[in-house]
Design a protein around this ligand. Structure first.
Ligand code: 13P
Length: 252
């Protein structure tokens, strides 16, 4: 049985005080053990977040990292720095990194490789643009992005990978994929994993949905059989909304 995974990606939001407010509130709450909750604060708040959550099951995750271990890369952060403060998971391939910061599949591949090689876990994001969807090219678009993983990554590394399907047209727009559209894509991706690897692996890989998830749609979307949780932007910035999404997958 795959566990449910709920991740708040706070992007470039929340200063120190606001981050502490969210974390302190989350730390007081409980939910069934079968739900993995993770939060992704900004770099400058990572260490503080670790301290606040030290007695909690919530994992602190980085939003990005560079593909070199160190060097003259002004403004960048490496896996070595993250690991030195006990951050062991990083988001790679988010559509905002792809579009706003020009991250190509080549760059993403290098990030995936250095992360996996150094035993970091990754949340690998993929998803089609509105243009792809309008032309009904969504499968081609996501296949190309997933090839970055499936062409290179050996079967023994997949326990370090969480996939997150985030259709670009649904991110921050208020327009979520319908539960059926999301389920269809997740089922397709799972079938691809079976084809390229095997059934056992495909049954074990968590595939999350992201894109305008909110308390009003989370229960329906996250109850689909191939959807193992959510990567949440906007709604995770509000404590009540984020907690209500966690509650929506809690069977207790
Ligand atoms: P929204 O939930 O704001 O649409 O953002 C989704 C996302 O990009 C999470 O990584």
């Amino acid at each position: 049985m795959r566990k449910k995974v709920i991740i708040g990606n706070w992007k470039m939001n929340k200063n120190k005080e606001e981050t502490e407010y969210l974390l302190n509130n989350l730390a007081k709450k409980t939910w069934e053990k079968e739900i993995n909750v993770k939060v992704c604060p900004s770099y400058v708040n990572l260490e503080n977040a670790q301290n606040i959550l030290k007695n909690s099951s919530i994992e602190v995750v980085a939003q990005n990292m560079h593909y070199e271990k160190e060097g003259a890369y002004t403004g960048e952060i490496s896996y070595k720095m993250l690991k030195s403060i006990n951050i062991n998971t990083v988001i790679i391939g988010h559509s905002e990194r792809r579009t706003l910061f020009c991250e190509t599949d080549e760059i993403i591949k290098k990030k995936v490789n250095i992360a996996l090689k150094n035993n970091m876990n990754i949340i690998f994001c993929f998803g089609e643009s509105l243009e792809d969807r309008k032309k009904e090219k969504q499968i081609d678009a996501i296949n190309k992005q997933l090839d970055v993983l499936m062409d290179d990554v050996g079967i023994n590394k997949w326990n370090q990978i969480i996939l997150a399907y985030e259709p670009v047209w649904a991110i921050g727009t208020g327009i979520n994929a319908t539960p059926d559209q999301a389920q269809q894509m997740h089922k397709y991706v799972r079938a691809q994993i079976t084809k390229r690897y095997n059934q056992e692996l495909s049954n074990s890989v968590p595939i999350l949905y992201g894109g305008s998830l909110k308390p009003s749609n989370s229960k329906e979307i996250l109850s689909k059989p191939d959807i193992d949780g959510g990567l949440i932007g906007g709604a995770s910035l509000n404590f009540d909304d984020f907690f209500s999404i966690i509650r929506s997958v809690d069977k207790k």
